[in-house]
Design a protein around this ligand. Structure first.
Ligand SMILES: Nc1ncnc2c1ncn2[C@@H]1O[C@H](COP(=O)(O)OP(=O)(O)O)[C@@H](O)[C@H]1O
Ligand SMILES: N[C@@H](CCC(=O)OP(=O)(O)O)C(=O)O
Length: 369
């Protein structure tokens, strides 16, 4: 038995499209029922469960007369719009038979990066759990454009696990474990434990299982596992039919052991869930202040600004060679900054007013990369 699993109270489970759809396409009711039964068992043992489920696009294909996942974003959004309703309806029905109510939570990257949205997402999930419901999370595909997309639900699941400070993340796929190489290759073997990045060095990743269904593949699962373990959350990666065994603590699949340190939850999201909307070029002194002394970034240390961001957006802080050293939430719109660069805060306050005394990026809104 795995103690980190049997001792886990709050669990995030992620299931991929390929584990929910029948060979011919469309949702497979039996696969959904088997998953909900496993999650209902975990609930019956006193656990809190959040499900991150893909499958909206896959479920929407057949009703729209499509045979495979479309390439263009608009068609994917249309399919997700049709399929998300079918998906949540299927879960509501299936969980309902175990006496559980489900709550749909659709997230975009903005929901977990802007401070107010981040708190909202947390509050909603927390309240659903407190009320005894099973939150079912997916990316809000119908409104997410390419630039604000998570793109894969593996990463979304790792970030949700961090958001709600889960004790365990279970990634369910169509393969029973992480293998040393593509399971189809002759010398590949299953891996029981990944303790750190050096254990991952031996792993080779091949193609995805079923082309045309999901998006993730093993690369995004390993990346999600690294994100979650970096946050101190253990991860079990196994096949969907083994969900019940995995959640009961049986040694199935691969266990990714957690790292010791837990970075502050909000900053963790900032580093992993955001795409920067701009770049602030720092002089050498500002790089020292921000990186070594963990200071806020002031206008005096900025030499140039790229991008069309507004206050509250994530931006990268880059050194004199242009390499990102930190990411932070900026306190000014891009067009305000050029007039402030290189000037001291007392001088700005004296000439422009006290509002201009504020930091460009406050140290509480900064994460080093
Ligand atoms: N090293 C590896 N270990 C395990 N599976 C691998 C590896 N390399 C490639 N794969 C393939 O990745 C597939 C899982 O990805 P995918 O089908 O996209 O999952 P999902 O739909 O659950 O996101 C497996 O079926 C397997 O064929
Ligand atoms: N949000 C998309 C799923 C994206 C995704 O990561 O899919 P998968 O690789 O099957 O987990 C959907 O619901 O179709």
């Amino acid at each position: 038995m795995r103690d980190v699993v049997t001792g886990a109270r709050r669990v995030v489970v992620k299931v991929g499209s390929s584990s929910l759809t029948a060979r011919g396409g469309g949702l497979d009711a039996a696969l959904v029922d088997r998953l909900t039964a496993a999650l209902a068992d975990a609930r019956a043992r006193g656990g809190e469960v959040v499900l991150v489920s893909s499958g909206a696009i896959a479920a929407g294909l057949a009703p729209l007369g499509l045979t495979r996942r479309p390439r263009d974003l608009a068609s994917q959004q249309a399919a997700a719009s049709v399929g998300q309703g079918l998906l949540i309806g299927r879960y509501a029905d299936s969980f309902g038979r175990h006496g559980h109510t489900v709550g749909q939570v659709l997230l975009t990257v903005d929901d977990v990066t802007r401070r107010a949205h981040y708190r909202n997402a947390y509050r909603t999930l927390r309240k659903l759990l407190d009320l005894g419901a099973v939150p079912i999370v997916n990316e809000n595909d119908t409104v997410a454009t390419d630039e604000i997309r998570f793109g894969d639900n593996d990463r979304l699941a790792a970030l949700v696990a961090a958001l709600i400070q889960a004790d365990l993340l279970v990634l369910l796929s169509d393969v029973d474990a992480l293998w040393t190489g593509d399971p189809a290759w002759p010398d590949s073997r299953r891996i029981a434990d990944i303790r750190d990045d050096s254990d991952l060095a031996q792993v080779r990743i091949g193609g995805t299982g079923r082309a045309g269904v999901g998006t993730g593949g093993m690369v995004t699962k390993v990346e999600a596992a690294r994100i979650a373990t970096g946050f101190g959350i253990p991860v079990v990666l196994t096949a969907a039919p083994l969900a019940a065994a995995a959640l009961a603590g049986e040694p199935v699949g691969t266990l990714f052991h957690p790292a010791e340190r837990r970075p502050a939850a909000r900053l963790f999201w900032l580093a992993h869930a955001t795409a920067p909307r701009g770049r602030l070029h720092l002089d050498a002194g500002a790089v020292q202040a921000v990186v070594r002394r963990r200071k806020s970034l002031l206008p005096a240390g900025i030499t140039a600004v790229d991008g069309a961001f507004t206050a509250g957006d994530p931006v990268d802080l880059v050194d004199t060679a242009g390499a990102p050293v930190a990411r932070g939430l900026v306190n000014y719109d891009a067009h305000e900054l050029p007039g402030l660069l290189g000037r001291s805060t007392p001088e700005l306050a004296a000439t422009l007013g006290p509002a201009y005394e504020r930091e460009v990026v406050h140290r509480d809104d900064l994460v080093l990369l």
